[in-house]
Design a protein around this ligand. Structure first.
Ligand code: AMP
Length: 397
């Protein structure tokens, strides 16, 4: 059994064909910069990599490459279902579901909550349903895992009608990743997930922290949209809501312009004035660049503050888990964050921390301190597993 997993963004398409049991990947690829002259797709099969440029640069062309490659390797008939990453499922979806016309209407209804992501996800579903009309298609929502958050964590202190009539509440994102690394962490700790209280930190271009109690999300640093919470590559994370009006008044920017700046020109990029890339920031900070140093300091400070806050949601922290491009690779960010969290019983084993990079799992806490794990995330595998499960359950009905 092979599941085709699709993650369709506004300018990218990530795909993988994989066995949901073994995790073995038959073919994977990433098309980026779609809609620009630099559009290209990187393919990987059996350790071999190739890059193809996409002359027209469109999503349809990238999808066409996927279909051609599947056929060329004789993999087309092996696909038994398609799993789609869908960013926003609102309050409607707390689990993965078969993408029926009625479900797709509900995903469309969530577009105002995720105007950049959901339309791209839906375009991917339409393309895949045209290409594989005979197969089941399943939606796996980024928000679903967080539907177990209690009202005390998900309600904003705003007029109640905004919540009731317009869904203004905290939703949380990166759910697939947080759920996956929480399960893996329990395996690595050799303890049942049901009895663990974990803080998971997904740190990549987008970053969020999640409080996971017995395998269920009870709080997330992300809110109504993926802008709230931690400092991210180009997103500001938390700020004073009064800032919008003030900045608009001072700069003459319209609200759309302020939002664009908070999403695209802020975070590590805004603070450093240099880059949104943590690797480059670390090198620049080492070389004495003041903006890069400040960006790193604020990133780590906000992260540590949020980990401590998740302790309130959980009552105790049994382990902290780092994942995502930064969480898996930046020994510096991990070490500096743990340094700030000494009051909660954290301490780092610097040698183990320095060794744990390049997608390896490992324990990095000092002897006798609260366990800290690095766990490579695998959203594709989680989506494949959940898709297979939905299909199997439907078969039993
Ligand atoms: P992601 O969105 O999960 O792919 O993560 C992207 C982020 O991970 C970027 O900020 C990268 O600079 C960062 N990253 C990847 N490798 C490293 C590394 N070796 N050291 C520090 N940051 C890294």
């Amino acid at each position: 059994m092979s599941i085709l997993v699709l993650n369709s963004g506004s300018s990218s398409l990530k795909f993988a064909l994989l066995d949901p049991e073994s995790g073995e990947v038959g073919l994977s690829g990433l098309a980026e910069r779609l809609g620009t002259p630099e559009a290209a797709v990187r393919l990987e099969r059996g350790g071999e990599r190739q890059t193809r440029t996409l002359a027209g640069g469109s999503y349809a062309e990238a999808f066409g490459v996927l279909l051609t490659e599947l056929a060329a390797f004789g993999l087309r008939d092996a696909v038994s279902a398609v799993g789609h990453r869908i960013v926003h499922g609102g309050e409607r979806f707390s689990a993965p579901v078969r993408l029926t016309p009625e479900v797709l209407d509900a995903v469309r209804a969530c577009i105002p909550l995720a105007p950049l992501h959901n339309p791209a996800n839906l375009a991917g579903v339409e393309a895949a349903q045209r290409a594989f009309p005979e197969l089941p298609h399943v939606g796996v929502f980024d928000t679903a895992f967080h539907q177990t958050m209690p009202p005390v964590a998900y309600r904003y202190a705003v007029p109640e009608a905004w919540y009731r009539e317009h869904g203004v509440r905290r939703y949380g994102f990166h759910g697939t990743s947080h759920a996956y690394v929480a399960e893996r962490a329990a395996e690595l700790l050799g303890r049942p997930l049901a009895e663990l209280r974990l803080v998971t930190a997904h740190l990549g271009n987008g970053s969020s922290v999640c409080a996971v109690d017995g395998g269920k999300s009870v709080d997330s640093s992300m809110g109504l949209t993926p802008l709230e919470g931690l400092v991210m590559g180009t997103r500001s994370g938390d700020l004073d809501p009064g800032l919008h009006e003030y900045v608009a008044g001072q700069t003459g920017l319209a609200l759309g312009g302020v939002m664009r700046a908070l999403n695209k020109e802020s975070g590590l990029l805004g603070l450093s004035g240099l880059t949104n890339d943590m690797r480059e920031l670390e090198a620049a900070a080492e070389g004495g660049h003041a903006g890069a140093r400040l960006a790193l300091d604020v990133f780590v400070y906000r992260l540590a503050r949020y980990v401590a806050a998740m302790g309130v949601a959980l009552g105790r922290i049994d382990a902290l888990v780092f994942t995502g491009g930064i969480g898996e690779n930046s020994a510096l960010v991990r070490s500096r964050t743990l340094e700030r969290l000494g009051l909660l019983g954290f301490g780092v084993d610097e040698a183990a921390n320095a060794r744990t990079v390049r997608g390896e799992a490992g324990h990095i806490s000092a002897q006798g301190r609260v366990p800290v794990l690095v766990v490579p995330t695998n959203e594709e595998l989680m989506i494949a597993r959940q898709t297979a499960q939905v299909v199997a359950e439907a078969g039993q009905e």
